[in-house]
Write a protein that binds this ligand. Sequence first.
Ligand code: 3E9
Ligand code: MG
Ligand code: MG
Ligand code: MG
Ligand code: MG
Length: 354
Amino acid sequence: MSSPLVIPPTYAPIPSAIHPSHAAIDKQTAAWADQFDLGSPQWRSRLATQDIGAFASRILPEGQEDVVAVLSDFVIWLFAVDDGYCEEGDLADKPYELAAVLHRLLRVAQNPHTPMLAGDPLAEGLRDLTLRVSRCGTALQVGRWVDTLREYFFAVVWEAEQRAANRVPTLNDYALMRLYDGATSVVQPFLEMGHGYELQPHERDSPALRAAAEMTSFITTWDNDIYSHHKESRGTGYYLNSVRVLMHEYDLSPEAALTMAVAQRDRVMCLFLSLRAKLEDQGSPQMRQYLRSLAAFIRATQDWSITSLRYTTPDDPADLPHAFTDRPTDDSTEPLDIASISWWWDLVPASRTA
Ligand code: 3E9
Ligand code: MG
Ligand code: MG
Ligand code: MG
Ligand code: MG
């Protein structure tokens, strides 16, 4: 086994926070996964040690407790899909079959009373989640949630095709796919539900707020790639991760690719802070709360990732940091050379950045 990459402390300008009921929520999520028989007993006992409830509790530190609890159960459900189907399961490299399975699940989310997939653990878990999301959210938010689930499913089918071809995608394709295949956009409707408001569609779908949400997805998934690189690269099989994509794109060593991935997430983080400041001056109180929640989601991923046994993997320890830094490694206000996302930089005039 090669020695793990040393992950440096990453830039964390957003304060840390966690919902006070995190321990109870974490315990209840493990029980929920048992109740619905998700994954295998071995998978569940592994996931029960990974602090999934604490992760959800960091995403919504001041959210309504019933919504944090649904989010927590949904996150473990997502990991059952992501680990069980998309990465480690039989369908991981079968995009057509995966698409069929995910379409059937989507039907259950659209209408939980559809007489399909009776007794299927993922479908029964999803039925329960859908009924609870319908109680916490407005019709518009439930509709958004189903749409974002479809977005995630569509991206993991794309990912499965990369795996089937044993191909490392281009940086531009990977960055675009990663906005969706980390299931980050599916979490976003919970940010509204957790605080009991509905974002006005003209604000949510404005290019600026959409960009802020996309930047959140970029930062959280790049962070995931940085912190999960050890977990993902230590096997012998195919893995998809921004460090690997950068090595391939620019012919870099793992160390140089890691440095570049950190610089990219730092640059997007600086842009996120500038855009957030601009939007806070202009937006409604709901938009300001939404921006606070996006920021909490970013910090949640950082705090959870450096501590969860999912990534520290004590049997073959990852070299993760124990703290963060208050300085970015790259604070350039130039757009990243990634065509699918470079438009984000058009939204913040140069006089407002850095
Ligand atoms: C997952 O990608 C990236 C997430 C951990 C970022 C935050 C997302 C959520 C809270 C929603 C749950 C997400 C899932 C289950 C995809 P990846 O590389 O598949 O995660 P891994 O933990 O295996 O590194
Ligand atoms: Mg636990
Ligand atoms: Mg995945
Ligand atoms: Mg994974
Ligand atoms: Mg990962």
